[in-house]
Design a protein around this ligand. Structure first.
Ligand SMILES: *Cc1c(COP(=O)(O)O)cnc(C)c1O
Length: 430
């Protein structure tokens, strides 16, 4: 369940009214609920209690230090994809010995840095990378812990940009090549084989792809346990969340009528996967990102203008694709609701668009929305994952602030950028 609800006519996060947040801290503003993040972590942890497991939060979903710290306090490990994410994670109190390092293009500097920090595992995505890690470890007089990322060739049934487990994707090593690669890895003096890993995609809303992938992996995991002494099997992340109707429904009921699709509940996920994994008698790692933080955040934005043309009505808001790129990049859907409850207002069909000079700069097209006025604050729901982390300074727009709510308390966990921040790294002669 998430913690965004109308109370006395106002949308609140936990017990903090969001109109007050917009008034105090300005817009566009990301607002996160600490209660929701902790609750999602605990529910996942509980659902997997029959397994010897470790939840490694995928930092790229939301890498604010306060979010990392909150999860570190719950005992989470972390899945990182860059040296920068490792740096952040350590700064926020995350334990590097619980960090897995993923990604197809780790640089020499990143590998050295992660070796010095003694991460749990490098999740290796190619044979050249394996050799490179071995060489770098040798030069530092270390042994690099590794897992091979397997590409199991299953369809995740999700948007093509976030599908990662098919042979045509750049990720991992094809499952039939994998035994040979482990054999090679065993001959490397500065490699320590620690596990095996997969991650088939993101925003997966049914259990079937997870089951198919795990079933495909089982014989391999058994074999690697005896041949290579692996200690863990990481089944990746990818658990989908509800975007449509996410306000009315909390996070585990039906999608809106126009999409009679059931979102994956954590119980469904666990009851489909745990029985398959239990028999392996191995430590199971998970790498959820979106599931933990997606429904724990909203983006608040103020309506600047309502522009009526013969073809369309445009609601022009002060957030843009630079603040939240999911609609432009993946046709991502975000529920949009006024912070002031709108019971008696008529619905109109509108495009909700930002100020950026791109026609792709929209949050909703031909959406039935309650009539809104300039000055009014809207909440773009379910923006806690792949929201701020994908934000940019395009159009020289300062990055928004981030606010973390805990009960009645609100804390700015990242201040809004200023114009001076925008140019502070540029070198001029003047
Ligand atoms: C992005 C990523 C994840 C997290 O995906 P979610 O869909 O946010 O759960 C997990 N593992 C790897 C290797 C990733 O790249």
């Amino acid at each position: 369940m998430h913690s965004f609800h109308y109370q006395r006519g106002k949308l609140t996060c936990e017990s903090y009214p969001l109109d007050k947040a917009a008034e105090r801290y300005g817009t566009p503003l990301y607002v996160y609920s600490s209660q929701t993040i902790v609750d999602h972590y605990k529910r996942l942890d509980q659902a997997l209690h029959e397994l010897h497991h470790e939840i490694c939060y995928a930092v790229k979903a939301n890498s604010n230090l306060a979010v990392i710290r909150l999860l570190a306090e719950q005992g989470a490990g972390f899945d990182i994809v860059s040296g920068g994410e490792l740096y952040r994670t350590i700064k926020a109190g995350g334990n590097p010995a619980k960090c897995t390092f993923a990604g197809v293009g780790k640089s020499r500097e990143e590998i050295e840095y992660a070796l010095r920090c003694e991460v749990l595992s490098f999740n290796v995505e190619s044979e050249q990378e394996l050799s490179a890690i071995n060489e770098i470890a040798k030069s530092l007089n270390k042994r690099a812990p590794i897992a091979i990322r397997v590409n199991p060739d299953v369809s995740a049934n999700t948007h093509k940009y976030i599908s990662t487990g098919k042979t045509e994707n750049k990720f991992g090593i094809a499952i039939d090549r994998v035994p040979e690669v482990y054999q090679r890895a065993r001959t490397f003096t500065n490699i320590k084989i620690r596990g095996v890993q997969m991650h088939i995609g993101s925003q997966i809303t049914e259990s079937r792809p997870f089951v198919q992938a795990i079933e495909k992996m089982l014989p391999l995991v058994h074999k690697l346990k005896s041949d290579s002494g692996i200690e863990f099997f990481s089944i990746g992340g990818g658990i989908g969340i509800v975007y449509r109707g996410s306000l009315e429904s909390g996070d585990e009921v039906w999608w809106k009528q126009d999409e009679p699709k059931h979102a994956l509940t954590i119980q469904e996920y666990a009851s489909a996967t745990v029985p398959l994994l239990k028999g392996l008698q191995i430590r199971v790692l998970l790498e959820p990102g979106r599931f933990l933080v997606g429904n724990a955040g909203v983006l608040l934005s103020r309506v600047l203008y309502v522009k009526r043309t013969p073809a369309k009505t445009f609601v022009i808001v002060d957030a843009g694709m630079n603040d939240l790129i999911r609609p432009a990049l993946y046709q991502g859907y975000h529920e949009i609701v006024p912070v002031r409850e709108s019971k008696d207002r008529p619905l109109t069909k509108v495009d909700v668009v930002g100020p950026v000079c791109e026609s792709g700069d929209f949050f909703a097209l031909d959406r039935e929305l309650t009539e809104v006025e300039p000055g009014e604050v809207l909440a773009l729901m379910s923006a806690g994952a792949y929201g701020f982390t994908m934000a940019s300074n395009y159009n020289s727009r300062p990055l928004p602030a981030e606010l973390l709510i805990s009960g009645t308390e609100a804390k700015i966990v990242r201040r809004r950028q200023s114009y001076a921040d925008l140019i502070s790294m540029e070198l001029t002669d003047g």
